[in-house]
Ligand binder design. Structure first.
Ligand code: AMP
Ligand code: MN
Ligand code: MN
Ligand code: MN
Length: 276
C-alpha cells in the first residue's frame, strides 16, 4: 500500500500521460497517488478518472515554481480544487511565462549555433502549452549534443549555463496563498535539492514558508538523497510541519525512483494525509 504524493505527467514534463501514470503507479504498488505537474492542473481530470477505474486513492495536486534567495524553489499544493478561478488564471499565466522563456532559451541556443530547439522541444513535449527546461535537456540528448540530463543542465540550462535564461517566477508566499485559495495544503518540495550558496539558507526558506502559512514539507523525496530524510525530520519536528513524501517521478527510464519507490515516512511524524 505505497504512497506517492509527487509525480509528473505529459501535462508538464513527465513522459507518461496522466492515465498511463496512474496505471504504472498502480503496477508499482502505489495506492495513494497525487499528480503534481509543474504550474498546471490540466492532467488532473484524466488522472482522477483513471484512478477511479483502477481503484486507487487520488489527490489532485500541483507543483508551483517560485524564486527564493536566487534559487528556483518548488511548492507543492495537495488537495487543490482544480475549478478554482484564481488557480486557473494563475496557472494559465505561469504556462505562458514558461513558453515565452522557452522562446528566449531557444534564441540563446541559436546564438550558440544550435538551431531548431524550439521546434524540437514542442515536438518532444506532451503538452505544447507547458514547456520545461527538461524538454530542452531531452532535445539536446536527442540531437546528440550531450549524453545525459545532468550534463544538459550543467552546461546549458542551469544558472551559469550557456543558454540559461532567468526564471520569471513569483514568491514562495504567493504560491502558498494561491494553494490556500484553491483549498489545498502547501508543501515545500524536495528541500534537500536546493543549491543555496549558504547552508543556513534552507532553514531560512523553511522559516519564510512557515511564516507564509505553509503546512508541510517533503521529508522523503526521490529528488533528494535518502540521507537527507534525517534533516527533513528535523524541519518537520522543529516547525510543526506535516510530513509528505513523493518520488518526483518523470519517466520510466529515468534515474529517479519509480512511483512509491522513494520510501515511506519515518515513524513519529504527522503525515499530510491526515489533513487530506
Ligand atoms: P523548469 O521547471 O522548466 O525550470 O525545469 C526544471 C525541471 O528540470 C524540473 O522538473 C527538474 O525535474 C528538472 N531538472 C532540474 N535540474 C535538473 C538537473 N540538474 N538534472 C536533471 N533534471 C533537472
Ligand atoms: Mn520536472
Ligand atoms: Mn521540483
Ligand atoms: Mn516535481
Amino acid at each position: 500500500m505505497l504512497i506517492d504524493l509527487h509525480t509528473h505527467s505529459t501535462a508538464s514534463d513527465g513522459a507518461l500521460s496522466p492515465s498511463e501514470l496512474v496505471a504504472f503507479a498502480y503496477e508499482c504498488g502505489v495506492r495513494t497517488l497525487a499528480l503534481t505537474d509543474h504550474d498546471t492542473v490540466e492532467g488532473v481530470a484524466e488522472a482522477a478518472d483513471a484512478a477511479e477505474t483502477v481503484g486507487l486513492r487520488f489527490i489532485p495536486g500541483i507543483e508551483i515554481s517560485t524564486m527564493w534567495g536566487g534559487v528556483c524553489v518548488h511548492i507543492v499544493g495537495l488537495g487543490v480544487n482544480t475549478e478554482n478561478p484564481a488557480l486557473i488564471s494563475k496557472t494559465r499565466e505561469l504556462c505562458q511565462l514558461r513558453n515565452s522563456r522557452a522562446s528566449r532559451i531557444a534564441e540563446r541556443f541559436s546564438q550558440l549555433g544550435i538551431e531548431g530547439m524550439l521546434e524540437a522541444v514542442l515536438e518532444l513535449a506532451g503538452n505544447e502549452k507547458n514547456i520545461s527546461r527538461l524538454h530542452f535537456a531531452r532535445a539536446l540528448i536527442a540531437k546528440g549534443i550531450v549524453n545525459n540530463e545532468q550534463r544538459a543542465f550543467d552546461q546549458y540550462l542551469s544558472e551559469g549555463g550557456k543558454a540559461y535564461v532567468p526564471a520569471p517566477w513569483g514568491t514562495v508566499a504567493e504560491a502558498v496563498e494561491l494553494i490556500h485559495s484553491a483549498g489545498g495544503l502547501a508543501v515545500i518540495a524536495h528541500p534537500g535539492r536546493y543549491k543555496f550558496k549558504q547552508p543556513w539558507q534552507t532553514d531560512a526558506l523553511v522559516q519564510d514558508f512557515v511564516r507564509a502559512g505553509g503546512e508541510g514539507i517533503e521529508v522523503v523525496s526521490g529528488s533528494q538523497s535518502p540521507s537527507y530524510t534525517q534533516q527533513g525530520v528535523i524541519f518537520a519536528t522543529q516547525y510543526h510541519l506535516l510530513a509528505s513524501l513523493g518520488s518526483d517521478f518523470h519517466r520510466i527510464d529515468g534515474i529517479r525512483p519509480k512511483p512509491g519507490e522513494q520510501g515511506q515516512l519515518p515513524d513519529g511524524l504527522t503525515s499530510v494525509l491526515t489533513r487530506l
